[in-house]
Design a protein around this ligand. Structure first.
Ligand SMILES: *Cc1c(COP(=O)(O)O)cnc(C)c1O
Length: 415
């Protein structure tokens, strides 16, 4: 990007953008620049259609028959395979079910049991909090286990990899800074130390080209309501590498994970496959919404997605630093492509108020405590001109100090 960037230049990039047509698949309110698809993806039109069909025809008309006729019962594994295609996992290794929090619990339990002589679990102190809370809760339920944190007990993950470590839980992309781990290298290091790795893909699934199988990952979890656009509260997913599936046991041994759920046997026998990671009845309306959302992904090449994502975040960083120079914004996201997810964060002492002012002007990002303005970049529906316009609004809010209006200081429950 040596050329001087002007509005004409970014418009030109939009006309050459091979992913541009995907924007028509989404409902984006007029005038809105949506930079929060890393928190809740917008509605794909196909998801709304699938929801309507699931509600009116499958539930409203066909009722109980839909478990077979609409394939409801098979949705967790069918959707799991579709997600697998986005994150480099061959079929039969992913189940869509429950929430990410619950799936972290299941993965931690299964992995810890596969390393019975090792008494330490490692996670990142800067993880998304639920990862830490679940790890803490799990460790507390197993008196022989201790949780150690990178950033608290040692500076680097590598320094914590003693022979006592059985499981390492990592966030592929950090939710606040956007820092991206090198999955292949980290997986190899952790496995060389004899431990198993669980990758949390909440901020990378649907955001970049994840390669679970090629990286030899052990376990992974992630949500579908962020970059995958499955809808608010859409179920999460769990990946268990084929080579582990017969040894891996999780404690929420509900009937959907049974080898023969409809035999209604008295004793539990885990399904000899990824289905053993299911627990019980799933939210079918949300599953069908996700099913519709996944249709949009069928034509997406993840390498193209990644190329555009980096071009969008490069442009945003460059324009903010040029247009908003001198206003106390500090970049916390790596400039290095190999260390950057699909989001950009800046700190500012008045980040909360500035974000509220941006939202009031239809530039939707979010605030992350204590002082981060966070912007997510989603290549399927954002263009380069959107990035240009968002920076112009930010610039205007900063020079006019409109964020100082008292209505922007009241804290909402959800930030
Ligand atoms: C969004 C997110 C979650 C969400 O967990 P839920 O159980 O869906 O509430 C978990 N971990 C990470 C890293 C996230 O970004």
């Amino acid at each position: 990007m040596s050329q001087d960037i002007t509005l004409d230049v970014v418009r030109e990039w939009d006309t050459k953008d091979i992913l541009r047509g995907f924007r028509d698949h989404f409902v984006i309110p007029d005038g809105m620049i949506y930079l929060d698809g890393n928190s809740l993806g917008p509605a794909p039109k196909k998801a709304l259609l699938a929801l309507e069909r699931a509600a009116h025809s499958e539930w409203g008309h066909d009722l109980i028959r839909s478990w077979n006729s609409a394939g409801w019962f098979n949705l967790p594994l069918k959707l799991g395979d579709k997600i697998g295609a986005l994150i480099g996992a061959a079929e039969g290794q992913i189940a869509v079910c429950d929430s990410t929090s619950i799936n972290i619990f299941k993965a931690l339990s299964a992995a810890a049991k596969m390393r019975p002589d090792r008494k330490t679990i490692v996670a990142e102190g800067a993880s998304f909090p639920t990862d830490l809370y679940i790890a803490e809760g799990f460790a507390a339920s197993q008196p022989h286990l201790t949780l150690k944190l990178q950033g608290v007990d040692a500076d680097r993950i590598e320094d914590l990899l003693s022979p006592d470590v059985g499981v390492v839980l990592l966030n592929h992309v950090n939710y606040r800074s956007g820092y991206l781990h090198d999955m292949k290298t980290m997986t190899a290091r952790i496995q060389a130390a004899g431990a198993l790795v669980i990758w949390d893909l909440c901020h990378s699934a649907g955001a970049l080209d994840v390669e679970l199988d090629a990286c030899n990952a052990d376990f992974a979890v992630g949500c579908t309501y962020k970059y995958i656009n499955g809808g608010p509260g859409a179920p999460a997913f769990i990946y268990v590498a084929k080579r582990h599936q017969l040894q891996a046991r999780q404690p929420l041994s509900g009937w959907w994970g049974h080898a023969r759920p409809f035999a209604f046997e008295q004793q539990y026998e885990a399904a000899p496959a990824i289905a053993r990671f299911l627990c019980g009845t799933q939210p079918i309306l949300s599953m069908q919404s996700l099913n519709g959302a996944l249709e949009v992904w069928q034509g997406v090449n993840m390498k193209d997605l990644r190329t555009k994502s980096l071009a969008l975040t490069d442009l945003f960083i460059k324009l903010v630093e040029k247009r908003c120079n001198g206003y106390d914004l500090q970049l916390i996201t790596s400039r290095n492509h190999s260390e950057r997810g699909s989001q950009v964060g800046f700190t500012h002492p008045h980040a909360y108020e500035i974000m509220q002012a941006l939202i009031a002007e239809q530039v939707i990002g979010d605030f992350r405590a204590p002082d981060v303005l966070r912007f997510g970049f989603t290549p399927l529906y954002l263009g380069f001109e959107d990035v240009w316009n968002a920076v112009e609004v930010l610039h205007n809010i900063l020079i006019t100090k409109r964020w100082q209006n008292p209505r922007f200081t009241a804290k909402n429950t959800v930030t």
